[in-house]
Design a protein around this ligand. Structure first.
Ligand SMILES: [Zn+2]
Length: 400
């Protein structure tokens, strides 16, 4: 028994580590069997060398063959199938982030490494020297993610069914009527962007992924995938598989921070910078409702934020993934109305109290206003959230 991990075989122009791993699992020699579902593990979203969503793959295998023969098989598979995927590189047309060439890595552990390495790799930049040492490995940078994927506890928070297609520039064909039907299943999520009526489950750009269906119940995901792939309007898939994943776990986040707003500022790009007693928090324009809430805050407001800290020049601060307005000064401050004639009262002068302009009724000097109604957690729309982002409408995950 042991654990196999794979990472970093893809680049923006094509390839996909999920497909490379699926093919590897399909090619396993007699005597080697997959135990349970393979794992799709998302790692630190701000990692420097990532291609797209920084996902790595792992699987538990039962190996009924001599170690020497198994390692010889792995060596052979590595050099013929995985190693040739190294060094591929496509510049990004939409992101400023420099793309690094793919540098695949594959690892084998006879004993599952401690989950602490996964916890580190999902929250911060890690290096190979920090990683537990595998019993067998080949490749480069990809070994780090591959090892972190093996170290994941495999306590799935969600499942993702993925189907692949022949690499092609043609528009993906998925059966529209079935998509509408799947939308109504509340065990599935991120199928469709409710604001635009656009499928979320098919990736944009060059990728051999035909579709991905995520959900909180394995059986619902597996059945939905079968239904969609067999529907008349869906193109032929070259394979499909259900992965156990850490998507939606919130594992990349630290517990919520509480802060008092000092000042809000609209910065270049329409983003909102919240200057707080806990440093700067950034609500980016694509985060929609989060940015909207941030722009309405003012001095003295008490807020909670969830996000990742960034030291990127010009973008330093907490990059908000969720924001909650807890309390703050009254809004729409105004004078009370006169109890007799209902006109708005006015100040009668310094330390003179209030006076009604209609009937000369007097009152003590005071303001009234609208109390802040706590918002609860506000998150970006589904298609703007990180893969790891938890659904906070069900409360904070246990880990937070
Ligand atoms: Zn009056």
């Amino acid at each position: 028994m042991g654990w196999l991990g794979l990472d970093d075989t893809d680049h923006l122009g094509g390839g996909c580590t999920t497909l490379a791993f699926h093919r590897l699992l399909e090619a396993l020699p007699p005597g080697v069997q997959l135990i349970g579902d393979p794992c799709l593990v998302r790692l630190y979203p701000m990692a420097k060398g990532r291609t797209r969503g920084n996902a790595a793959l792992s699987a538990e295998l039962h190996v009924d063959m001599a170690q020497e023969a198994w390692f010889a098989w792995l060596d052979q598979y590595w050099s013929t199938t995985i190693e040739p995927l190294a060094g591929q590189w496509t510049p990004s047309t939409h992101a400023k982030r420099p793309q690094v060439p793919s540098d695949p890595g594959i690892v084998w552990f006879e004993t599952k490494p401690n989950v602490s390495f996964y916890r580190k790799a999902v929250r911060e930049e890690v290096s190979w020297k920090d990683a537990p040492k595998p019993d067998w490995s080949r490749g480069g940078e990809g070994n780090i993610g591959a090892t972190a994927a093996v170290a994941w506890s495999n306590h799935a928070t969600t499942w993702e069914g993925i189907a692949w297609r022949q690499e092609s520039d043609d528009v993906r064909r998925l059966d529209e009527a079935t998509l509408l039907e799947l939308d109504r299943d509340d065990r599935l999520f991120a199928c469709r962007d409710p604001r635009k009526g656009r499928g979320l489950l098919a990736p944009r750009g060059a990728s051999p992924v035909l579709c991905g269906i995520r959900g909180t119940e394995r059986q619902a995901v597996a059945e939905a995938m079968q239904t969609l792939l067999h529907a008349a309007g869906t193109e032929r898939a070259i394979g499909q598989r259900v992965f156990s994943t850490n998507q939606g776990s919130g594992d990349h986040l630290s517990p919520p921070l509480q802060a008092i707003v000092e000042k809000t500022e609209i910065i270049q790009g329409g983003h909102v910078a919240l200057h707080t007693d806990q440093g700067t928090w950034l609500a980016f324009a694509p985060s929609g409702t989060v940015r909207e809430l941030a722009s309405q805050l003012s001095h003295g407001d008490v807020v909670q934020g969830l996000g990742l800290q960034s030291d990127k020049p010009g973008r330093e601060g907490l990059h908000l993934e969720a924001l909650s307005h807890l309390s703050g000064p009254l809004r729409n401050l105004r004078r009370p109305t006169c109890p007799s004639c209902h006109k708005r009262m006015k100040s009668a002068g310094k330390e003179q109290g209030l006076r009604c302009p209609g009937c000369s009724h007097t009152d003590e000097d005071r303001w009234i206003g609208d109390a802040v109604v706590p918002t609860g957690w506000v998150q970006p729309p589904l298609d703007r959230r990180r893969h790891l982002a938890p659904d906070l409408s069900k409360g904070l995950p246990d880990a937070l």
